[in-house]
Write a protein that binds this ligand. Structure first.
Ligand code: ADP
Ligand code: MG
Length: 309
């Protein structure tokens, strides 16, 4: 807005400034929006008051022209200039456009989904776009049941889903779609690829960040752990990281989701043997008790969608 004032001043210094100035203001006063505005408010603005507002009218017409051609030098990109009456003077207000509001809302929604080590396209997943093949039916129905129950009573405990199925059937995609649906109704979700997270946690030991990372994660309002059991877990990851997260979520009754290539029974066997080969069936049983408390197991079947995509 200062620039506009400066332009006018520069113009006034010009030797023919009066002629130029008048020509320019004639143009401005010919603008149909300016004319409508002055007509609407003719009883509230004297001609001196209008003249004192010339800089604002000039700014309005300039910015409107830039807005119409989407000129990047406009004062407030994404905002449409409007004339407004400010007691006895004219002002320009910048009103956010529908597109800007829509973009902001989209950003807000995306911002509610925190992803850690997840593929980028997970944010595109939408429940409406899910192909409803028979093999996915029970999982989609279970997802909708969860969403309805959670949106009705977000403070109550709701079991999440334990999605089991082979590589490429769309387990991770379904998690993304659930997270998106939650985000659209205002609820944040944290989605993380568990095997990569386990590697990060081992690195966090050296930086003394384990406690801090674990504390924020276990408290996530909705937590989704992707690909459980894809790698052998060390007993530290199993008991002090995974077990601690599950224990907290069970105590606090926080919705938690898992995906795995293993059924719950298979996962129990997998967790009974540590990375070093030690057999610890009781520890695995304790983990499974928590997973069973937190989730309902649902199988997904179908073709591997990664083959033809
Ligand atoms: P999984 O986690 O079971 O291994 P993904 O969720 O990663 O499988 O899905 C495999 C591929 O298929 C991904 O590229 C994903 O974007 C796509 N995909 C999965 N389900 C759907 C769906 N219902 N509609 C469209 N694309 C899908
Ligand atoms: Mg997956």
């Amino acid at each position: 807005m200062e620039d506009v004032g400066k332009n006018l001043k520069q113009l006034m210094n010009h030797k023919n400034y009066r002629v130029r100035y008048e020509e320019m203001m004639d143009e401005v006063l010919k603008d149909s929006d300016v004319q409508n505005f002055l007509e609407t408010h003719s009883d509230k603005l004297s001609s001196e008051e209008i003249e004192r507002s010339y800089a604002k009218l000039y700014e309005f017409v300039q910015e409107k022209q830039k807005f119409l051609v989407n000129d990047p030098t406009m004062i407030a990109p994404g905002y449409e200039p409007h004339l407004s009456l400010n007691f006895h003077s004219i002002d320009v207000t910048y009103v956010p456009t529908k597109e800007l509001l829509k973009r902001r809302r989209q950003e807000e929604i995306i911002g509610r989904i925190q992803t850690i080590n997840m593929p980028k396209d997970i944010q595109k997943a939408r429940l409406e776009d899910l192909d409803q093949t028979a093999g996915r039916g029970p999982a989609i129905i279970a997802a909708i049941d969860f969403l309805e129950a959670y949106q009705d009573e977000p403070k109550d405990f709701h079991k999440g889903l334990y999605l089991v199925g082979s590589f490429g059937v769309g387990k991770t995609y379904l998690l993304g779609a659930i997270a998106k649906e939650l985000a659209e109704s205002g609820y944040p979700t944290t989605l993380l690829h568990f095997p990569s997270f386990a590697v990060d946690m081992k690195q966090a030991i050296a930086k003394d960040q384990v406690g801090e990372k674990l504390a924020t994660l276990k408290k996530a309002p909705v937590l989704m752990l992707d690909d459980i059991g894809a790698d052998a877990m060390s007993s530290w990851i199993r008991d002090d990281i995974f077990g601690v997260i599950l224990q907290y979520r069970m105590q606090e009754e926080l919705p938690t989701f898992f995906t795995s290539n293993f059924t719950m029974d298979e996962l129990e066997k997998h967790l009974s043997v540590t990375q070093r080969g030690e057999e610890e069936p009781l520890k695995a049983k304790r983990i499974m008790e928590r997973i069973r408390y937190l989730t309902k197991e649902v199988e997904m079947t179908g073709r591997n969608r990664r083959k033809d995509s």
